[in-house]
Design a protein. Structure first.
Length: 371
């Protein structure tokens, strides 16, 4: 090596080096006393006691490898949802599932489409696989089927649609999902991310099980992190055609879901009484929170999930950044969404009754200047 030559060092692929880091919601507030964490759409009801008990029972088996195929978990999911276990794959959260899909079907030169307010893991997975992310505009903070179809080219290999969407909370009726599917070429994988499906009570909504079960190019992903309250265990699953699930199984880790997670997941999915209680709580407080915030002059995007997107009137000198600081000073942690190009909005999880009431009170004081 000459004196003027730079030493060699490893260099990541350009597609990886250009990926922005995913920044989760804040989890701490520097205040004494009560703190409400409403930044990550976690369950205010905690976890099913049956799932907690199943997790604890695994404590004496930690030296053993877990079932590499998550067989009991897939069978339980299949039983509850009426689908065949062989067409289910489980992963460490739906994040891993989304990455497995991208790594299985995308490569350099391909394109994958997602919406402008779509989950930020989509572009990370797309770029990590070496493909090009294509962002399409939404209409009224809602997925626009026509915009997606207009963006499809011969390079398109995958389309990600979160239904309901995060962070907006909006959804597409399933008639629109079917219209989207009909307009896509058969070699394009349609990924229906239904992380918040259990919360939706609208009659024109479907999570995507039927379409994923009857099509060659549709998959539906789900998570245990939201309504089941198992976010710490990192557990998710996907249902789809045998060929797609088979490709994903070829590249997933051989023991990608831990034994305690599998055991807790089996108990959680079978405890549908817990799920119904969580839905009832959300159905009560989602409209209460939305109306209360609108009554004090804030704009709330209509949501069907377990959170609301709250917009602040900058013209009145009330910014999301100022509101976030004020709420943090009062022990309420919401999610800044400036990384979604929504600098004047905050996302609020529907938390416990106490948490919801405290946020409403503090935002009322913030908006009226009684600080």
């Amino acid at each position: 090596m000459s004196l003027n030559q730079e030493p060699l060092c490893p260099k990541p692929r350009d597609s990886v080096a250009g990926i922005p880091l995913y920044v989760p919601g804040k989890s701490k507030a520097n205040v004494s006393g009560r703190v409400h964490k409403l930044s990550s759409n976690e369950s205010p009801l905690g976890s099913s006691p049956k799932a907690v008990d199943a997790y604890r029972q695994m404590a004496g088996q930690l030296e053993l490898y877990p079932d590499g195929g998550s067989s009991a978990l897939r069978e339980a999911i299949g039983e509850v949802h009426g689908i065949h276990p062989d067409r289910i794959i489980c992963g460490a959260g739906s994040d891993e599932i989304l990455n497995l899909l991208a790594y299985s079907f995308l490569e350099s030169g391909d394109e994958a489409i997602y919406c402008e307010y779509g989950f930020l893991v989509y572009p990370i997975a797309i770029q990590a696989a070496g493909a090009m992310p294509i962002v399409v505009k939404e209409r009224d903070f809602t997925t626009d089927v026509d915009a997606i179809l207009a963006a499809v080219t011969e390079k398109t290999k995958m389309v990600f649609v979160a239904n309901p969407n995060n962070p907006t909370g909006t959804y597409l009726p399933f008639s629109e999902i079917r219209r989207l599917h009909r307009g896509l070429p058969g070699n394009v994988v349609l990924v229906l991310d239904a992380a918040y499906a259990e919360y939706v009570t609208e009659t024109d909504y479907e999570a995507g099980i039927e379409l994923a079960g009857s099509s060659d190019n549709v998959v539906m992903t789900r998570t245990y992190s939201k309504i089941y309250g198992l976010a710490s265990l990192r557990l998710g699953w996907c249902y789809g055609p045998e060929a797609i699930i088979g490709a994903m199984n070829r590249i997933r880790g051989p023991f990608n879901v831990s034994g305690p997670s599998q055991s807790a997941g089996v108990a959680a999915v079978r405890d549908q009484d817990f799920v119904r209680a969580a839905v009832a709580h959300n159905s009560e407080w989602l409209p209460k929170v939305s109306k209360a915030l609108e009554d004090i002059g804030l704009k709330v995007t209509p949501s069907v999930a377990n959170f609301v997107l709250v917009h602040f009137p900058v013209s009145q000198g009330r910014t999301a950044a100022d509101a976030d600081k004020y709420l943090l000073d009062h022990g309420c942690i919401l999610r800044q969404v400036s990384n979604y190009n929504l600098p004047n909005a905050l996302r609020m999880t529907i938390g416990s009754a106490e948490a919801c009431e405290d946020v409403i009170k503090h935002l009322t004081d913030f908006m009226t200047g009684e600080q």
